[in-house]
Design a binder for this molecule. Structure first.
Ligand SMILES: [Zn+2]
Length: 115
C-alpha cells in the first residue's frame, strides 16, 4: 500500500509505502503537544514529491531524532532518526496521510513521559 501525505499548505508532499499494522501514541512532552500518531517505517519508505529541502527541523534531548515540520503551515508530518544506530528509520505521523481510518488503527500507548 502506498499512502500519500502532505503538510496542510501543500509545500511538503510525499508517499509512504508499507502496511500500517500499529501506531504509537506517546504521552511525552513533545509527542503530546504535537498530537502525533506515529508509524515507524524504514527511512527509504518515505519518498518526497516536494518540499524536502525546505523542511524545518526541531531537535531536543539527545538530538538524535530530527523532527521535521513545514516552515509555512507548521504541520509536522514525520521525524527521521536511526534505530538501531546506523539504520535510518522514519516515524511517520499518520494524521498527515490520506485515506487512513484513524479510528480503526491498533494504537500502542507509550509512556514516554515517565522515561
Ligand atoms: Zn505546509
Amino acid at each position: 500500500m502506498v499512502y500519500s501525505g502532505s503538510c496542510h499548505c501543500g509545500k511538503v508532499a510525499y508517499d509512504v509505502e508499507g502496511e500500517i499494522t500499529q501506531v504509537i501514541d506517546c504521552n511525552c512532552s513533545h509527542c503530546s503537544r504535537k498530537g502525533y500518531l506515529l508509524w515507524f517505517v524504514p527511512r527509504e519508505s518515505v519518498r518526497f514529491k516536494s518540499g524536502e529541502s525546505e523542511l524545518a527541523t526541531y531537535t531536543f534531548n539527545s538530538h538524535r531524532i530530527r523532527h521535521h515540520f513545514c516552515p509555512v503551515c507548521g504541520v509536522a508530518p514525520f521525524g527521521f532518526g536511526e534505530h538501531p544506530p546506523g539504520t535510518p528509520v522514519a516515524a511517520v505521523n499518520v494524521r498527515c496521510l490520506e485515506n487512513v481510518d484513524l479510528g480503526a488503527l491498533e494504537v500502542m500507548h507509550v509512556d514516554g513521559r515517565s522515561r
